[in-house]
Write a protein of this length. Structure first.
Length: 513
């Protein structure tokens, strides 16, 4: 078995940025299950948040992040996030990420629930692609070893410490093991749980399943963010229409042409994401339509094409000129807020195991993520992982003081009869219908029962798709059972039977095998 100082799993922003920093401290291997640029990172449009303007401050960024988090953000990690943001942006500039500029200064845009324009972007609405291409180019040119088409399938733990990772070569089916001192999971989210989602095909919850099976703690899984505006055209994928479109003046209209967001929130079209998503669902119900519309026809066409070239081009390729026509949109699953619980150094409860990016739960997002904080979270905490592992200190890092927590266990559920077989389409439909934007006890209970039976009936996985299905089912169980337990509404978690938040639930739900 080959041994490395660092094995990094995943090649989005979290994995690549960690690998670039880790190479200064030892040998590094990156494993990734597709090609290097198969990830969610490259789809990020809006940008990356940081308090770099004269009118802004880390304190204001902290306030906005905590407000969005709806009582569950961890103030210590949020403070780290906002204070370290400008330096990490400088690092990206140093790696030559070409952020857009205006009159010689980095251009900043506004997004929902930010109090000032604070979002840096690149290529107009192609921020993630520019970051991914830049970092992967650096990784290649610096000779970091990357193995593509390697699916991590099991974390190897010896004497309660990480010893390495087992992986499947997806094309040949051979299994290999790689030893390491530090294993960093940067495997991204789990949007593929839902029928309508904005995510890449790789987002199958693998990291959560790997870590849970190895004994790591998994937190806040009930909070899954639904983006209010994904394209809804028949036969077209639910392509994201960035929040920045509303930041630049786009307005939502229902199927009858009425602007409605002012009826729901004082910030109107720039209300927090969960509120916009639920308001859209309500308007769709009221008008008997499966979509609403985003209107940018009043903006100067040049602004639309220059600021959102990617969105403009995608829609035009599907027969829709958005400078003249309304954009049909509906909400879609977007971002996994919970994940592998880490402290402020990206460390999990298993020695040698770290997590970064969307798969990690650092506590910064609380119950709801502030737009454009996730790319930032990945680079801030990846840097801290390398600071932590690169020092000689053997001292155990302090746990993060945070909210109270409850530790339920994932038990058995009664067997169901006449159940449809587990499959990706059935699983996505189940989550969309029962564990989606609007939840209740009955639906969650049905979903939890079904998932438990599916999990029991699975044969041991042998290839990429069977591993991914098994990971999705486990991740879905952790999400659904947590949503069932949390008898309140908070942030991205909304239940019609408990429509308000209660102080008693200002606590985290943490799973551990
Ligand atoms: C359409 C869209 C728009 C977005 N816009 C923004 C935005 O404007 N601003 C913002 O801050 N955030 C945005 N986000 C969220 C943000 O892009 C992601 O949270 C972030 O890019 C995640 O980075 P990551 O490195 O954690 O994961 P990813 O970029 O998803 O990378 C995960 C990597 O892990 C690999 N992997 C997964 N499982 C395994 C396994 N078992 N074995 C081996 N490899 C594995 C994958 O192949 C992939 O390379 C957006 C997300 C989407 C989908």
């Amino acid at each position: 078995m080959n041994r490395y100082d660092y094995v990094v799993v995943g090649s989005g922003i979290g994995g690549l940025y960690t690998a670039l920093l880790a190479r200064e401290h030892g040998s590094v291997l990156v494993l990734t299950k597709g090609s290097i640029d198969d990830c969610n990172t490259k789809y990020a449009q809006g940008g990356i948040a940081a308090a770099i303007s004269k009118n802004d401050s880390p304190e204001l960024h902290l306030k906005d992040t905590i407000n969005a988090g709806d009582g569950l953000s961890n103030e210590e990690t949020v403070r780290i996030l906002v204070n370290e943001a400008p330096a990490r942006i400088a690092d990206l500039v140093g790696y030559r990420v070409p952020f857009d500029t205006l009159e010689g200064e980095i251009a900043l845009t506004m997004e929902a629930a930010h109090s000032v324009p604070r979002v840096l972007h690149a290529g107009g609405d192609a921020t993630g692609e520019y970051i991914e291409v830049t970092l992967s180019r650096q990784v290649r040119s610096l000779g970091v070893q990357v193995l593509e088409n390697f699916l991590a399938t099991e974390i190897l733990v010896e004497k309660k410490k990480v010893a390495g990772i087992r992986a499947l070569e997806c094309r040949t089916g051979t299994v290999e093991e790689f030893g390491c001192r530090y294993l960093i999971l940067a495997t991204g989210g789990a949007g593929q749980l839902f029928k309508y989602n904005t995510n890449s095909d790789i987002a199958t919850g693998d990291g959560v399943a790997l870590a849970f099976n190895a004994g790591a703690e998994i937190a806040d899984m009930e909070f899954f963010q639904f983006h209010p505006t994904a394209l809804r055209m028949s036969g077209v994928i639910p392509f994201l229409i960035s929040e920045a479109v509303r930041g630049e003046g786009g307005v939502l209209r229902n199927a009858e042409g009425k602007c409605f967001m002012a009826d729901y929130h004082k910030k109107g079209d720039l209300a927090p994401r969960d509120i916009v998503a639920r308001s859209i669902v309500n308007e769709m119900k009221k008008t008997g339509s499966d979509r609403v519309f985003l209107d940018v026809t009043r903006l100067p066409p040049n602004t639309v094409t220059a600021r959102f070239p990617h969105i403009y081009r995608f829609c035009l390729d599907h027969g829709l000129d958005i400078t003249r026509n309304l954009i049909p949109v509906a909400p879609a699953a977007h971002y996994m807020i919970g994940g592998i619980k880490t402290n402020s150094w990206g460390e999990t409860n298993i020695a040698g195991l770290f997590a970064t990016g969307e798969v990690a739960c650092t506590g910064v997002h609380g119950a709801n993520r502030l737009a454009s904080n996730s790319l930032l979270e990945a680079i801030v905490f990846s840097k801290r992982i390398i600071e932590r592992t690169g020092t000689k200190s053997k001292e155990k890092a302090a746990p993060i003081p945070g909210n109270k927590a409850i530790y339920p266990s994932l038990g058995q559920r009664p067997a169901l009869r006449a159940l449809s077989p587990a499959g990706l389409a059935a699983l996505q439909q189940l989550h969309w219908d029962k564990v989606g934007i609007i939840r209740d006890k009955e639906g969650l209970n049905q979903a939890a029962d079904t998932l438990a039976v599916w999990q029991q009936s699975l044969l041991p996985p042998t290839d990429q798709s069977s591993y991914e299905l098994s990971n999705l089912i486990l991740t879905g169980r952790l999400l659904t059972e947590a949503a069932f337990i949390r008898e309140e509404s908070r942030g991205a978690h909304f239940r019609t039977d408990f429509p308000r938040s209660t102080p008693k639930w200002q606590r985290n739900i943490i799973w551990k095998k």
